[in-house]
Design a protein around this ligand. Structure first.
Ligand code: FES
Length: 264
C-alpha cells in the first residue's frame, strides 16, 4: 500500500469543529478538537479530508468539485462564510473554528441543505424566462446586445453556495426574505429582454420587505461572495427599477396641478 505523503510546513493547526447529528436523539451540539500538521498549499477542503481519513470517519461535510464551481462546501470559517476548497489554511490563524452555514437546514456537523432553500426561492421568484408568445421553433434566434449578454452572464455566475445568504443579517432573522442570491436571480431575469414580465408583475415579487426593501444595507453579501458577484450593484439596480415604477405615476399625477399652479 502506498502511504500518502504529507510534507508538513511547520505549523500545527488546531481545528475546532461543530458536531451534531439532528436525526440521532443521543447527539447533542458540541465542538470537537483535531490537530493537524499544515502542508504547503493546504486548503480547508484538504484539511477536512485528512481529518476524516486519519482521525474521525464520521465527520460530515459537503464537497464535489474542489474548485469553487459546485457551491457545495460553504461553511463558517472563524465566523465568516466561505468555501472550504477556496480557503487556504496559510491565510488563517493556528486555531480554526468551523461551523455549518446558518439559515439552511442542518444535515449533520458541517453539512447543510442549501438545495431546498434555493428550490423554494426559485419557485417564489419564478426564475425562468416568461414569454407571452408561444415558442416558435422556426423563428430566427433572438439577437442580444453584447454588453447586455455579459451583464446577464455576470448574474449567472452564482454557484448557489449560500455564503451570501448566511452572511445576511436579515435572512438570519426573517425566513421569508428572498436574500441576496434571490435578488441576484431576479435582476438576471429582469435584465433579460426575452422575459416579458412587466414592471408591475416584478413589483409584486420584489417590492415588499421580503424583497429588495427588506434589505437594511449591511452588504456583507457583497463582501463575502466567493465569486465576487457585484451584489451591491444588483440591489441598487432593483431599487432604482422599483422606485421608477412607483415614482413615474406619481410624477404624472403631479403634472396637471403643476400646470394649474403655473397658470395662477
Ligand atoms: S467543492 Fe465545489 S465549490 Fe468547493
Amino acid at each position: 500500500m502506498i502511504e500518502p505523503r504529507h510534507e508538513a510546513s511547520g505549523r500545527k493547526l488546531r481545528f475546532e469543529i461543530f458536531r451534531y447529528n439532528p436525526v440521532d436523539p443521543s447527539s447533542h451540539p458540541h465542538m470537537d478538537t483535531f490537530e493537524l500538521g499544515e502542508t504547503p498549499y493546504m486548503t480547508l477542503f484538504i484539511a477536512l479530508h485528512r481529518i476524516r481519513e486519519e482521525q474521525d470517519p464520521s465527520l460530515q461535510f459537503d464537497f464535489s468539485c474542489r474548485s469553487a464551481v459546485c457551491g457545495s462546501c460553504g461553511l463558517l470559517i472563524n465566523g465568516r462564510p466561505g468555501l472550504a476548497c477556496h480557503t487556504r489554511t496559510a491565510d488563517l490563524p493556528d486555531t480554526i473554528r468551523l461551523h455549518p452555514l446558518p439559515v439552511f437546514k442542518l444535515i449533520g456537523d458541517l453539512s447543510v441543505d442549501t438545495g431546498s432553500w434555493f428550490r423554494q426561492m426559485a419557485q417564489r421568484v419564478e426564475s425562468w424566462i416568461h414569454e407571452k408568445v408561444p415558442f416558435d421553433p422556426k423563428a430566427q434566434e433572438a439577437r442580444m446586445d453584447d454588453d447586455l449578454a455579459r451583464a446577464i452572464y455576470e448574474g449567472e455566475r452564482c454557484i448557489e453556495c449560500g455564503c451570501c445568504v448566511a452572511s445576511c443579517g436579515v435572512a438570519n432573522v426573517r425566513p421569508q426574505f428572498v436574500g441576496p442570491a434571490g435578488m441576484n436571480r431576479i435582476a438576471r431575469f429582469m435584465m433579460d429582454p426575452r422575459d416579458e414580465r412587466t414592471d408591475s408583475e416584478w413589483f409584486d415579487v420584489v417590492s415588499s420587505d421580503e424583497g429588495v426593501f427588506g434589505c437594511v444595507g449591511l452588504m456583507a453579501c457583497h463582501d463575502i461572495c466567493p465569486k465576487g458577484l457585484p451584489l451591491l450593484e444588483v440591489y441598487a439596480y432593483l431599487r432604482r427599477k422599483m422606485l421608477a415604477k412607483v415614482m413615474t405615476p406619481l410624477a404624472r399625477e403631479a403634472e396637471p396641478s403643476k400646470r394649474q399652479s403655473s397658470k395662477m
